[in-house]
Every structure is written in C-alpha cells, then in structure tokens.
Ligand binder design. Structure first.
Ligand SMILES: Nc1ncnc2c1ncn2[C@@H]1O[C@H](COP(=O)(O)OP(=O)(O)OP(=O)(O)O)[C@@H](O)[C@H]1O
Ligand SMILES: [Mg+2]
Length: 801
C-alpha cells in the first residue's frame, strides 16, 4: 500500500535545519553499546502518526534523529516511531512523547540535495514503551509489542463491513483517488488491517490518529475509525453541496464543528453523552466538597472545564478524569485532633500485647510528648526486630490507642523513587506513589502510616533514590508540602503519625536512620511465648476456626511442646500457625458431632502436627569428636550452628565447605593454627576438612572462631565437646577471645535449641543485661578470656571411640 497523495500529504518532520545538514555521519559513527533485546531505537515524529501496514516517507532533520536512523540502518536494529506532543519542540525528552507507537524497519534511506535526509519506513507492529534507557546519543526505550487483535464475531464483522462501505464511498467522493484504491480496500480481509489503513490515510488530527493507535481493543478501534471516516464523508459531501471542489475552503473551525457534531451524534447513539455530563457534574460536586486549598481548587476547576470541552472517550479525557478523581478522594481537610488519653492508651497497649514493658513505656512517653506539643518535631519511632515479634501489630495498637486510622505502606523491594512519589501524569498508566495511595485509603489526614520493612528499601532507580523521597516524607520541616509527581500540587502530610519497622538496622540508609528513634524487639523466651499463646494466640485461633472457648483446649504441656519441638523462631508467627493447625483438628471433631470439649495434650501432637521438627539435631550431631555448637546472629533472630571437622589422608591442607564467607575462612585458618599448637599434632599426612552444615544462607563473620577452634581441638585430641554447650567468640592468633555482637539473640537461640550452657567472651559480659531475666535464670554462662578456658570447660577428658 502506498500513500495516496489525494487523501493526505504530510511530511513527518520539516526539512533538516542548517546546522544538522553539515554532519551527515553524525554521532552514529561511534561504537555504541548494543541494545537490550526488547529495546528499540526511538525516532520522534513531529507531525505524523505511523500505523502498522503503512509505508511512509519521512524527512529527518534533527542530529539525534539522523544518528538514530543511521545507526539503525547500519546495525539493522529495529526502530520505533513515536509522535511528540508538541511539534515545535526540538529537544524531546521521554515525557514529551506519546508512549504508544509503531515499529518500522527503514526500507530506504536517501540523502537528498542540500543534505536533507529522507527515510521510507514500513509500519509494522504497535508497541508500548516500558521505560526509556540512557547511554545512547539518541532515544532508546524498552518496549512491549502489541499484536494485532484477531477478534472475530458479529460485533467486529458488522463494523468491518460498515467501514469498508464507508471507505469505498469516501474514495468515490475524492476526484483524484486512483481507481485501484477502491479495489484494494474491498480486497482487505482483516478488520484490524483495514482500520489501521484507513486511519493512516485519513485526513485527521494527529491527536485523533494517536488515539486510534492507542486503542488496542478492536471493536472500539473500528468505532473510532468509523466515526472519523463518517465525519470526513460528511465534510466531503457538504463541500460538494456548496459547490466547492475541494476542502480547501473549509476552514479548520467549520471542519472541527462538523466533526464534533458527528462525534456527539455517535456518542448519543452509544449512550455515552449524557452519562458523561452526569459524571462531570458529579466530579464538579466532588471538587467543591473535597476541601481543596484555594490554588488547587482553581486548578481542578480549570481541568474540569477542559474535560467537559474535550468530550468523552479519548486517552486524554480518561487521564484527566482519573486525575480529578484522585484529587477529590484524598483527605485534604484537617481532621479534628483527637485528644490522647494516656491511661487509655496504656490500657490498649497492655490489652493487645503481652510483656514488652520497656517498649510500651517508650511508646507511652512518645504519646505524652506529642500530646504536650502536637506540632513539635518528634522523632519517628522505628521498631526493629526479627519476624513475628509484634512490630506491625504494635503499630496497629498505637493507632487504636490514639483513635487514628492505621495504614501500612510496604517498602520491601521498592527501588524507585517513583514508587514513593508517583509518576508524572503524562506517563501512560501513571498513578500517585504509595504514600498518597495510603492516604487515600486512610481517608483522613491524621492517620498512622506504618512504613513497613524500611530496611528492605532498594537502591536508587531510573527515576531517583527512594530513600531521599522518604526523607522528605518524614521530615516535619518539609512534609507539610509533600509533592507527588502525579498530583503535581503540594499535599500536607504533617498531621500523619509515621512509624517504621525493620528486621535489621544496618541496611537502613544512614540519613533515614538518623531521623528515627530505634526501639528493639529482640524476640521472646520460651516462657513468654507460652504466655502469649495462652493469652492471645489460642483465643484468636479459636475464633478464626469457628470454635467457642469451651469447645477445645490446649494443655500447657502441649503449648510448651509446640514452642520447643515444632517451632524455632524469635517471634510467635509459626507458633500461632501451629496452634491454628491443632485447633482445626479439634474443629473437625466438633463439626463431626462431638459435644464434649476436645482437649489436646502433648502426646497427641505427633498425630496432629507430624513428628517433632526440632528436637534431635543436638543429640545426633554432638557427642562425636570434631563437632562443636556455635551461635550465629541472623536477621531473623539468632540460630545455632554446628561446626564439623574431620581428618582425611592428604598433605596438610585445610578444606572448608558450607558456603563460608572470607572472614569465616580466615578464622578457620587461625583456629587450625592454634589447635595445632594446643595439641602438638603435625598433620602433614592428613587434610583437615571443616564443614558448617544447615541452611542455605551464606555464613560469615568472625564470631565462630571459638567454636571452630574447639571442633579442631576435639578432632585432633579425639575428645568430644560437651553436647549441651554452645559458644560464640572471635579468636586472635595469640589465643585471646575477642568480643562479638548479638549476645541477646544468640543466647535466646541457644535456649530455644535446648542448650543450657553458653560460653561468651568476657568482654561481652555487659551485654548480658539485655538478656531477659527468665532466660538468664535458665542459663549457665561461662565467660572466656582465652581459648584454653573453653577447652578446659567444654572438652571432656575421656577419649571417644
Ligand atoms: N507480645 C505479644 N503479645 C501478643 N501478641 C503478640 C505479641 N507479639 C507478637 N504477637 C502477635 O504475633 C503476630 C505477629 O506479629 P507481627 O505481624 O506484628 O510481627 P512483625 O514483627 O511485624 O513481623 P514481620 O517482621 O514479619 O513483619 C501478630 O498476630 C501479633 O499480634
Ligand atoms: Mg510486620
């Protein structure tokens, strides 16, 4: 198909500007990095929309477009053509372009006289831009191609026939149209192809053509093309009637009037017109009622008028409507401050959570300060601790205690500023960022917003660093004028009570951490867990499984067994799950018609929950020479770790396995050197193999030094390490035991694993203060100055087999 000159003649870009004409090779001659597989070179079009199937001549003038075209021809790279919003603009940036276009190989490239560059391109496939990439001297974007719809059926068929008829009619009205054109149109079999062909040839505004290009749904696309073509036919007929030979005398305004009239007619038939008016009225009311600040109100009213003028349908109208809906649904009005009753707040906190006295006290203090000075700069509370220790639920409690609405903003995996602050409205499918989304859900300006998993925030993305956007959100100096890219007007966040949660502190970006007051929730001891289960979890699970309190019961021994044998965690999330599983078992019995209460005791657990999950590891592993139990700190709250050493015939090498990091390898080397000294073994006929099994997590850090040392001494001396002892500590080559971190988490992990003696560096003695008293009471703590202390205490005298 060729361009029919009688129907339309356009030049995509005006002639090349003089300065570009002088450099025919352009920057495209340099070696460039290859394009990703789903990327296209983008050439912006000033005055034309390319459709699939259309063969179009284009003149390119801009240096970057020339470079793009030349690079594409040379490397046979695919090219995408996008219409620019403002044809006058020379420097185009992604937001200046429509994000839906057509790919097209360049089938001809001609350099004409006076250095003008001409392309002939063959439109191929629609595509939608996913993102623009940087690093090339022209525009490059990652795209998703959109296949032509294959829809059939009466809906499509009817419109297809109508369109064909209309097209033939219009061709007949054009005196200069070649006769074959009508035959070509009659021969087309695909509705999608016909729609695109007509749209391509049609004399319509570029915005209208772009709208058709962006209409992926075939029925709607056919309707739009039919609408435009009918209007065109009308114009041609009218112009004939007034005895005019061409449309030249029809000025823009008349033409537009006729088009509008047509459009209204079509809308009326489709029943869209009135609906649109009612909708606009409703929007108008919402705008008036939303409590918008004066300047925002003015903008909104102006946008509404624009929307009304624009009529229904069309990508821009729906964009504007969505925007106005967002605007009106945000909580602009300042909610009346709720007086904080401290006694009641304390009561709520106590009612929702067991223990955590220090944490609750700190929260009440925080609320007291806010009460006395509501507008003052209070720090942002950040709950830090392993999963399932109650961070999120404390946040909910705070909201309840202060009579506010609670909303969560998940930050895990957020790596682009746009997720916090939104995309500009000109992006296809743009929305506000997750802060304003949460505000809309909250529906009130003084909500509690919990920024969950702030430690999992990703590093900066294409649109900027999310951490810096969050800084602005949390800064009381700035957050009364928070600007979301989508909203593009200031929004006041200063009444929001922000809270954060994190599993670990050190991945929180420094400037953010500085703004927060950290509250640690290290995890619970066995006793605390049983209490939490008794008072909260069992009730909750009874209710969740449709049971009355009298109908099922878990004995104390059963709860203790679940804590000890079926879960190993710092928090209580799995505990709650296992309680739920046990109670479901009871629910089945009750549902089957049993009327006395189902009582679940420890011995029944194996039948309900399966074999115990965590009991015998210690017994299996320890008791052999060469095995020692270490303690590791992990983001989920500490764990025990077995170090296994063995001897194989060889030549004195140290073999390390089990995903060990560099630091841990060095401490193994140091431990071996020390162990050789201690035992006086020569070891040139054997290789020593050290393995740290369990868990696919990479292990690193120096704190396993003492355990490695003991494993090696035990191996070389043939004496087993006492199985009920676990240890942590770094070692120096002179045999000193050096302090480590995470004492609290490690001791709690040891208790969970059934260990009663923990050896820690003497210089960590002060950290024992943080270990809960009931845990301390169950533990025998051995303080180490030198590695020999550890050997003396933990390595038995009797040689094992
Ligand atoms: N001290 C406690 N008293 C009563 N219930 C508790 C206590 N601690 C935690 N829970 C309960 O344990 C469950 C898990 O808590 P929550 O969801 O708040 O954990 P989290 O610390 O936010 O974990 P994550 O880091 O995985 O998000 C909740 O149902 C919570 O009510
Ligand atoms: Mg949580």
């Amino acid at each position: 198909m060729t361009n029919a000159p009688t129907m339309q003649l356009w030049s995509a870009e005006e002639a090349a500007p003089a300065e570009a004409a002088g450099q025919p090779t352009g920057p495209g001659a340099r070696a460039l990095k290859p394009l990703p597989a789903d990327a296209l070179i983008i050439i912006p079009l000033r005055g034309a929309v390319l459709f699939p199937g259309g063969l179009s001549p284009l003149a390119v003038g801009r240096a970057s477009s020339i470079a793009a075209a030349q690079h594409a021809v040379k490397s046979e790279a695919p090219v995408g053509f996008l219409l620019q919003r403002d044809p006058q603009k020379d420097e185009v940036r992604p937001e200046d372009l429509y994000w839906v276009g057509t790919t097209g190989p360049i089938v001809r490239y001609l350099t004409g006289q006076e250095g003008a560059h001409h392309l002939v391109v063959q439109g191929q496939t629609r595509f939608r831009v996913l993102e623009f990439l940087e690093g090339w001297p022209f525009l490059v974007a990652r795209v998703a191609r959109v296949a032509q719809p294959q829809d059939q059926g009466p809906e499509v068929e009817a419109r297809f026939l109508q369109l064909k008829e209309k097209a033939v009619e219009v061709i007949g009205l054009l005196p200069q149209a070649p006769d074959e054109l009508a035959a070509v149109v009659r021969g087309i079999e695909s509705p999608a192809v016909l729609a695109d062909m007509v749209a391509n040839l049609l004399d319509a505004k570029n915005e209208q053509k772009q709208d058709i290009l962006e209409t992926f749904d075939l029925v709607r696309r056919l309707d739009k093309v039919l609408g435009l073509l009918s209007a065109r036919a009308e114009v041609l007929r009218l112009s004939k009637e007034i005895g005019d030979k061409t449309r030249a005398q029809f000025d823009e305004r008349q033409r537009e009037h006729v088009l509008r009239e047509q459009l209204r007619q079509i809308q009326k038939e489709l029943g869209e017109g009135e609906e649109g008016a009612a909708e606009a009225e409703e929007l108008g009311r919402a705008i008036a009622a939303a409590g918008l600040p004066e300047d925002v109100l003015k903008n909104a009213q102006r946008d509404l008028r624009r929307l009304q003028r624009m009529g229904e349908g069309g990508a821009e109208a729906s964009m504007l409507r969505t925007y106005l809906e967002w605007l009106t649904e945000l909580p602009w009005k300042t909610a009346a401050p709720v007086p904080v009753d401290l006694a009641q707040a304390r009561q709520v906190l106590d009612a929702d959570h067991f223990g955590l006295d220090k944490v609750k006290r700190r929260i009440v203090e925080y609320l007291a300060v806010r009460k006395l000075n509501p507008t003052g700069k209070s720090p942002i509370l950040c709950f830090v601790g392993p999963p399932g220790v109650g961070k999120t639920s404390l946040g909910q409690s705070i909201a309840k205690a202060t009579g506010r609405v609670f909303q969560r903003v998940a930050l895990g995996g957020v790596h682009d500023e746009a997720e916090i602050r939104g995309h500009r409205r000109t992006y296809i499918g743009a929305l506000p960022g997750n802060i304003l989304q949460a505000m809309r859900r909250a529906g009130t300006s003084n909500a509690v917003l919990m920024l969950d998993e702030i430690d999992k925030l990703g590093a900066g993305g294409f649109h900027g660093d999310p951490a810096s956007a969050l800084l602005e959100v949390l800064d009381p100096e700035q957050n009364s004028r928070f600007r979301d890219n989508y909203l593009a007007v200031d929004f006041d966040l200063s009444r929001v009570l922000f809270l954060c949660t994190a599993n670990v502190l050190d991945t929180i970006p420094g400037p953010l951490r500085d703004r927060m007051e950290v509250i640690h929730l290290p995890g619970y001891t066995e006793d605390e867990k049983i209490q939490i289960a008794r008072r909260y979890l069992v009730h909750r699970q009874l209710e969740a499984n449709g049971l009355q309190p009298g109908q099922a019961e878990l004995s104390d021994a059963a709860l203790a067994a679940i804590v000890r044998d079926y879960t190993r965690e710092a928090g209580v999330r799995n505990l709650e799950r296992e309680i739920g599983a046990s109670l479901r078992h009871a629910a089945v019995r009750i549902a089957e018609g049993r009327d006395e209460a189902v009582r679940i005791d420890a011995p029944e657990l194996a039948a309900i929950l399966g074999p115990r999950r965590y009991d015998n590891e210690l017994a299996l592993r320890s008791g052999l020479p060469g095995v020692a139990t270490g303690l590791a700190w992990t983001p989920v709250g500490g764990d025990i770790l077995f170090i296994e050493a063995s001897k194989v015939p060889g030549s004195g090498r140290l073999i390390l396995t089990g995903q060990l990091g560099e630091v841990m390898k060095e401490s193994a080397q140091a431990a071996l050197t020390l162990a050789k000294l201690e035992t006086g073994e020569a070891l040139d006929k054997v290789d020593v193999h050290v393995h740290v099994p369990a868990g696919a997590t990479p292990k690193d850090g120096p704190s396993a030094g003492v355990a490695m040392y003991l494993a090696l001494v035990s191996l070389l001396s043939g004496r087993a390490v006492r199985p009920d002892v676990a240890m942590t500590g770094e070692i120096s080559l002179r045999g000193l035991v050096l302090p480590i971190g995470g004492v609290k988490e490690k001791t709690l992990a040891a208790l969970r694993a059934g260990i009663r003696t923990v050896m820690i560096p003497r210089r960590n003695e002060k950290d024992l203060e943080d270990v809960p008293a009931d845990a301390r009471a169950q533990l025998n703590i051995v303080l180490l100055d030198r590695v020999e202390d550890a050997v003396r205490y933990a390595v038995g005298e009797t040689a094992a087999s």
